[in-house]
Design a binder for this molecule. Structure first.
Ligand code: PRX
Length: 650
């Protein structure tokens, strides 16, 4: 089913762009026919301490997966985001910070000031014994200091591991243990929608976990000035640390393939894995995609409202915009606080030109109708972006008409934590838009569709989305577990990167993402593994077995549907449902809280004991006909009773 309406590039957009369609086609062709030549040229968009002579050395062979870009060059991420702008842009605003409370003042930080803050904090980190190759966990609210912390780490060659502030102490502890982080950087509290988030308290709880042995210090930013516990000798006040620190700190010379950061993300099995990105290729890809996808022009105000705890916040809050010397907005709060017109008001207040957000936020605002734009004109907007999940055509049209006044193209960007930057995306000025389609590949990206046997499908087809060759922003490994990297991404289809997404290609070669083909959920644009939630549930003493599936949800895209079998001694009750919800929030965080819990005295299993999720997904979605082949079930009666109880659930 192809959306009939096409939104063609207008003449004005075509004339005022980095790349019109002809240029896109020409550059795309060059990038895939001779990637070495293409990236030799575009790798120079960042500054190198030692210029590279080598471009690409890559193997996707599952016996020996090895990915290297620009690998004899040296550079530094923080230097590229800050120092090199000081000559011409020292007094230009780098970050406009907008607080949660509307009536509190916003804050503007210039490149010169940001540079100084980063240098001071980097020296502070050094004084605490942090150096090259050390892992630093960052558990911060959306404040300027989150960016300062990331850039200070990269300045001294430390590897940052940002953990989303919405994750629970248990989830934070798990990530600290896996990454062996030496230090945590946090704040007393964050504020979201008027509610305090007890970040320091969560860190204290995480560090009580006996298995956390690597943390030497906790650096605490006083942000809300709320009351906190203070452990002498361990806890260090951010302001004390930086007040006397020198404002000069030279940037470490890093090899292009030295690690830049780890970011944990969910997969279809086991606990989240630490996706590892390295320095040179990531920076080149972040800056190039930020510039071309958003057609970013000097002096424009760019606002990506993702949290720095996700990859979008790494590439399009911190690195991409700063690499390109942009002015960007950073907002601590939520899109609908104090009212649903907050995003629109921030756009007007700071004259935002480019707004990049997620379909779940768009759908939530759409539900409010015109209230979402009340009292605003948003006339500064030139371009809109969407990321994180498929955008349904209704939400696309509402975004286009109501937020964008029918003046702004929408770039629907498909990508992943593992890809580092946008992969399938329109380029404004080049690509005619079809609502719901992420359209065409970015430069250097060779997407393909394969069937379940790995055979490449040509033309108008639907299949598994794979990428046939490497690109500079690609993740290099899973931290501490290269074998898992190989297994997850390179073992299903030989010689190809497996994305885990399904897609369809239409008659114009446009891609339409159909969603995950594995056991990964996408809830409000947050990626979560069903296995993680199940393992949290079965760690509760009353739970014998649990199966988690996604189901369609109007605002969140997907909701979390949980089937629970209790132990023989436990009693099924509504109180227990509430307790289990709380339990999952405690184990993982509020984002993993089940929408619906259904008691399931039995689960549909094959005779070999495998849970048949396909059937559970259908029941959760209310699609009772067409359950497919149930003849292999050990006890077909289970299905009937689950359907009967479905209406009673949640
Ligand atoms: O299923 C795809 C979906 O989000 C997954 C990646 O999640 P994460 O690593 O958390 O990164 C999200 C932000 C880049 C993908 O496998 N996804 C992301 N963008 C889109 C999307 N699905 C459809 N359309 C998109 N534009």
């Amino acid at each position: 089913m192809t959306e009939a309406r096409v939104y063609p590039v207008t003449e004005a957009q075509r004339q005022n762009t980095l790349a019109d369609n002809e240029r896109y086609l020409e550059m795309y062709q060059q990038s895939v026919v001779n990637p070495e030549r293409f990236w030799r040229e575009h790798g120079q968009r960042i500054d190198w301490f030692t210029p590279y002579t080598q471009i690409k050395d890559v193997s996707f062979d599952h016996e020996n997966v090895d990915i290297n870009w620009f690998f004899d060059g040296t550079t530094n991420a923080s230097y590229n985001c800050l120092d090199r702008h000081l000559e011409h842009k020292a007094d230009q605003v780098a970050i406009i910070w907008e607080p949660d409370e509307e009536d509190k003042p916003s804050l503007k930080v210039t490149y010169k000031e940001l540079h100084e803050r980063v240098c001071r904090f980097a020296n502070g980190l050094k004084s605490q014994g942090v150096g090259r190759g050390d892992v630093v966990a960052i558990y911060m609210p959306m404040v300027v200091e989150a960016t300062v912390a990331m850039l200070a780490c990269s300045r001294i060659g430390a590897i940052h591991s940002v953990v989303f502030g919405g994750f629970s102490p248990e989830a934070l502890a798990g990530r600290i243990i896996d990454s062996n982080a030496k230090l945590v950087i946090t704040a007393d509290e964050g504020i979201r929608g008027g509610r305090k988030v007890p970040l320091k308290k969560n860190v204290d709880l995480a560090l009580e976990n006996q298995a956390v042995t690597s943390i030497e210090k906790v650096i605490v930013l006083r942000h809300t000035h709320g009351e906190i516990f203070w452990q002498e000798g361990r806890d260090v006040n951010w302001h004390d640390l930086t007040a006397l620190a020198s404002p000069n700190c030279s940037a470490e010379e890093m090899n292009a393939e030295d690690p830049l950061f780890i970011l944990y993300t969910s997969g279809s099995t086991g606990q989240p894995k630490g996706v590892l990105h390295t320095t040179g290729g990531y920076l080149v890809y972040a800056s190039m995609t930020h510039q071309y996808v958003f057609d970013y022009k000097d002096g424009e105000v760019f606002w990506c409202n993702a949290d720095v705890g996700w990859i979008t916040g790494h590439t399009y809050v911190t690195y991409g915009p700063l690499l390109n010397g942009a002015t960007m907005v950073m907002h601590e709060g939520v899109p609908n606080y104090p009212a649903s017109n907050r995003i629109s008001k921030i756009v007007d207040k700071h004259q935002v030109n480019i707004l990049y957000t997620a379909p779940t936020a768009i759908r939530a605002l759409m539900a409010e109708g015109d209230a979402a734009v009340e009292g605003t004109d948003r006339s500064s907007l030139r371009l809109l972006g969407s990321v994180g999940e498929p955008i349904n055509p209704e939400a696309w049209s509402w975004y286009y008409k109501t937020i964008g006044n029918e003046q702004c193209p929408i770039v629907d960007t498909w990508w992943q934590t593992e890809t580092g930057g946008a992969m399938l995306t329109p380029l404004p000025g080049a690509t005619d838009l079809k609502p719901g389609s992420a359209t065409r590949p970015f430069f250097g990206i060779k997407p393909a569709l394969v069937d379940n046997e790995g055979r490449i499908l040509e033309g108008k087809q639907e299949g598994n989305l794979v990428i046939l060759d490497s690109w500079p922003g690609q993740a290099r490994s899973v931290f501490g577990d290269h074998e898992r990297f190989v297994q997850t991404y390179f073992s299903s289809f030989k010689g190809m990167y497996t994305t885990g997404d399904g897609a369809r290609r239409d008659e114009d070669g446009y891609y339409w993402i159909t969603g995950r083909v594995d056991d990964v959920l996408n809830v409000s644009g947050h990626r979560m593994g069903t296995a993680e939630i199940e393992s949290a549930l079965v760690s509760h003493h009353d739970v014998a077995e649990a199966a988690v599936v996604g189901f369609p949800h109007d605002i969140k895209g997907q909701g979390i549907y949980v089937y629970v079998t209790l132990t023989a001694e436990s009693e099924y009750s509504d109180e227990l449902k509430t307790e289990l919800r709380q339990w999952v929030r405690k184990e993982i965080g509020p984002i993993a809280s089940p929408d619906i819990i259904q008691w399931a005295p039995g689960l549909p299993k094959t005779r070999s004991g495998k849970i048949m999720r396909r059937i559970l997904r259908k029941i959760a979605s209310g699609e009772y006909e067409n359950l497919g082949d149930t003849s292999t079930l050990a006890d077909p009666g289970v299905v009937e009773s689950l359907i009967k109880d479905r209406t009673l659930a949640g």
